[in-house]
Design a protein around this ligand. Structure first.
Ligand code: NAP
Ligand code: MG
Length: 400
């Protein structure tokens, strides 16, 4: 069989634990038999991050700027327990955080919808993609406990020393106060990433804040989105047959629950934190959720939304059988290959990405799945496969 050729490499970011095991199986069974796979390989496994003082993570993000598309395996974010387990020189930062800071991107999370794994919300027929702004607000706040009577004020001191003050509250007794901020440049990047991704995936874009109550803070988000849309995206959206829709956050929540899905829901940082957990759990499983980081400059990094599945890895190390779901990691690869194909005008590669996704979905719909899905499926008598056999079953479907 003639293998599909690639003209430009993908940035391949390998990772840790069980997902590192799945990573190799996916390459061996589903990719290299069909594609002459070209990647620039970066080992973000924790041991190698430690050896390189985390330089490897920075290099991999810079390579993504060079080539445009990356695919990433789940990685360990070290904590105290990992310091001892891996004998680390430092508690290295989250690779996702480092990569996101370099690419300045927005993360889009979308469920993979298959028959037999039904969302809890029965009218949701198509995926709902959540885009979460990843800078500022309550995540970079300054807080105070107010011990007793007194005034709390916001003070802005300009570079020339002049000051503007706003009274927060004139306390008569104890309480709490909080200051938070955001930056126009970050909101602009967020807006552009959302508009670009909507065009890319030909889906409507929804955005919501509480601008009726927050007349300056949230209103700035609303205004920046609208200004960028009118100036740069309105015609492109019309040509693509998609819409941009702004509403209040509480109205958005009500509409989302009654919708069929099939759109992108852009959220401020806190709303996105909360709503992405609601949407992903309602769609069934974190193991069926993909994630893509889209930068305002048009760089893409694809990954699974789940972690390294540590508990399964320890079983694997003991020689016990595992049944770990590889779907989100497979879709990270297919997403990256499709994008590579689009950027390079490589039709065959784009078609392969579709076929790989279809084969994965078909395999599950035929009743062959991993244990996590077997526990929640509406199908009767599903066949539960181990990690390797599930990937082999997809390879069989793909060959057919
Ligand atoms: P996790 O790896 O997502 O796993 C949590 C649990 O969810 C698993 O124990 C498993 O449940 C279930 N699960 C998740 N993915 C699954 C899959 N593909 N197939 C079957 N079951 C799956 O989260 P964690 O255990 O909290 O974190 C482990 C490590 O991952 C941590 O070191 C963390 O830093 C890292 N992490 C990385 C990323 C990333 O790179 N993007 C994201 C999150 C976490 P059962 O054990 O009940 O079967
Ligand atoms: Mg959360």
């Amino acid at each position: 069989m003639n293998k599909i050729q690639m003209t430009t490499p993908l940035v391949e970011m390998d990772g840790d634990e069980m997902t590192r095991i799945l990573w190799k199986m996916i390459k061996d069974e589903l990719l290299t038999p069909f594609i002459d796979l070209k990647t620039e390989y970066y080992d973000l496994g924790l041991e190698h991050r430690n050896e390189t003082n985390d330089q490897i993570t920075i290099d991999s993000a810079n390579a993504t700027k060079k080539y445009g598309v990356a695919v990433k395996c789940a990685t360990i974010t070290p904590n105290a327990a990992r310091m001892t387990e891996y004998d680390l020189k430092e508690m290295w930062k989250s690779p996702n955080g480092t990569i996101r800071a370099i690419l300045d991107g927005t993360v889009f999370r979308a469920p993979i919808v298959v028959k037999g794994i039904e969302p809890c919300v029965k009218n949701w027929k198509k995926p709902i993609t959540i885009a979460r702004h990843a800078y500022g607000d309550v995540y970079k706040n300054t807080e105070m406990k107010i011990p007793g009577a007194g005034k709390v004020e916001l003070v802005y001191t300009a570079e020339d020393g002049s000051q503007t003050k706003e009274l927060v509250f004139d306390f008569k007794g104890p309480g709490v106060a909080q200051g938070m901020h955001n930056i126009d440049a970050s909101i602009e990047s967020f807006a552009k990433s959302c508009f670009n991704y909507a065009l890319d995936t030909k889906q409507d874009l929804w955005f919501a804040t509480k601008d009726t109550i927050s007349k300056k803070y949230d209103h700035t988000f609303k205004d920046i989105f609208q200004e960028i849309f009118d100036a740069e995206y309105k015609e492109k959206f019309e040509a693509a047959g998609i819409t941009y829709f702004y509403t209040l956050i509480d109205d958005a929540v009500a509409r989302v629950m009654k919708s069929e899905g099939g759109y992108i829901w852009a959220c401020k940082n806190y709303d996105g934190d909360v709503m992405s957990d609601m949407v992903s759990s309602a769609f069934g499983s974190l193991a069926m959720m993909t994630s893509v980081l889209v930068s305002p400059d048009g760089y893409y990094e694809y990954e699974a939304a789940h972690g390294t599945v540590q508990r399964h890895y320890y079983k694997h190390l003991k020689g016990e059988e595992t049944s770990t779901n590889s779907v989100a990691t497979i879709f990270a690869w297919s997403g990256a290959l499709r994008k590579r194909g689009e950027m390079d005008g490589n039709q065959e590669l784009m078609e392969f990405a579709d076929k790989l996704e279809n084969a994965t979905i078909q395999t599950i719909e035929e009743g062959k799945m991993t244990k996590d899905l077997a526990l929640i499926t509406t199908m009767e008598n599903p066949t539960v496969l181990n990690s390797g056999d599930f990937i082999k079953a997809i390879a069989d479907t793909l060959r057919k």
